[in-house]
Design a protein around this ligand. Structure first.
Ligand SMILES: [Zn+2]
Length: 415
């Protein structure tokens, strides 16, 4: 008897205790699972802390609430412990300081919560997102019918907004004419009335914004134009295409402009303005005559801070990129950008795409019209005139073909 009863009883006992354990555990787990009742987009006034709020309940007292925040340009995820009174039902808050976390204006931000109760069970919310808009102003908005381009302004009337949208439409088309494969899903341009108004947004930008005014990670740009001034419309027509070009260049470079030399980035952006700056030629000619032109290699890095030096840097860069487009053809712009996106240095990119040294490129553009308007007829146009005369004597048909082939290298904007 004993030899049989022992194992049988033990099996029954083990079976009962397993069933009992399961019967107790199952309802307990369902009851203790924390549930997130609400996790709205945070309230904030631009530049001041963002207040994230969470409401949750659970079968056991909630003991820990964590907030996770990730800005789109940032590879790090921020985690902070929210404040609340431990209970089975809680309202937790976290005050997020945008300055301490270098949160840039107009950057998309993703956030989610994790709630843990005293039984050790956790729940994580689905990520939600919002754009960190500068909400100090009462923005009016217009966008293209396809929703790709939007402009926002708070000073000026509807006609001013329409002019900004027209500039965006033209700038986008022009930019795609320069970098055919580049495309933006969406771009938002914010028109501030003054530098003073824009300052806080621009300061928040560092270090993620490029050239001060374009934020590729948020596909957004800032320009400054006061509609009460006479040149506001021409500023909008010039600056919006310029900034959109930065966004397009960044987009075809993986949303980043790191590794793209400043001269190429700024030269491209200026090439997308409706017309070259009329003062550039004289500025460059005078600088060259005075021996004041810098080497192009100095403009691989960010431009100098001194306003006069910066002005020369912009003019120099515009002349070089215009020269590349005119002499090598527009597709070389994409090839050069791809070379830089692939990690080539300032010097090596030019060698790869154009077969020139950086110094050679710098000499080449100075032989062209950019440095002295009077040279225009003696430059490429003169060269083609000689060719046309030579070929014209031999075979008029070849002449026509020759000019047809030459057209892509002629200046398209009259310079
Ligand atoms: Zn720029």
């Amino acid at each position: 008897m004993n030899t049989l009863a022992g194992p049988i009883l033990r099996i029954v006992y083990v079976g009962l205790s397993l069933a009992a354990a399961l019967a107790i555990a199952a309802p307990a787990r369902a009851q203790a699972e924390p549930v997130i009742d609400s996790a709205p987009i945070p309230g904030y006034r631009f530049g001041e802390p963002l207040t994230f709020t969470l409401e949750a309940h659970s079968g056991a007292p909630i003991t820990r609430v964590s907030l996770y925040v990730r800005a789109s340009e940032d590879e790090r995820t921020f985690m902070g412990l929210a404040q609340f009174v431990s209970s089975e039902q809680v309202t937790a808050t976290y005050s997020f300081d945008p300055h301490q976390r270098t949160l840039s204006a107009y950057t998309p931000v993703e956030y989610w919560w994790e709630v843990t109760d005293s039984s050790g069970t956790s729940t994580r919310s689905e990520p939600a997102s919002f754009v960190y808009v500068d909400n100090r102003f009462d923005w009016q908005s217009l966008e293209t019918t396809d929703g790709r381009l939007a402009v926002h302004w708070y000073a000026g009337d509807a006609a001013f907004g329409q002019a900004a949208l027209d500039a965006a439409t033209n700038g986008y088309a022009g930019g795609r004419g320069l970098l055919a494969s580049a495309q933006l899903e969406r771009a938002d341009v914010y028109v501030y009335k003054s530098e003073a108004d824009a300052r806080a947004a621009l300061d928040s930008a560092s270090p993620f914004w490029v050239s001060g005014y374009a934020n590729p990670s948020g596909n957004s740009a800032i320009i400054v134009a006061d509609p009460a001034t006479p040149d506001a419309l021409s500023q909008v027509a010039r600056d919006i295409p310029h900034e959109l070009m930065h966004l397009l260049a960044a987009q075809s470079n993986g949303s980043r402009l790191q590794g793209v030399p400043a001269w190429f980035n700024e030269g491209l952006a200026q090439l997308n303005e409706p017309a070259p700056d009329p003062d550039d030629a004289a500025l460059l000619a005078n600088a060259r005559a005075a021996g004041g032109l810098r080497a192009l290699a100095e403009y691989c890095a960010p431009f100098p801070g001194d306003p006069d030096d910066a002005r020369l840097a912009y003019a120099h860069s515009a002349a070089v990129v215009r020269h590349i487009r005119n002499q090598f053809g527009v597709t070389k712009l994409s090839e050069l950008l791809a070379a830089y996106a692939g990690g080539l240095s300032c010097e090596a990119g030019v060698q790869e795409a154009l077969g020139l040294t950086l110094a050679g490129l710098d000499q080449a553009w100075q032989a062209g019209p950019a440095v002295a308007p009077g040279l225009l007829l003696n430059d490429t146009a003169g060269g083609w005139l000689v060719l046309a005369l030579l070929v014209g004597v031999v075979a008029p048909l070849v002449l026509l073909l020759g000019l047809g082939g030459a057209r892509p290298t002629q200046p398209a904007d009259g310079r």
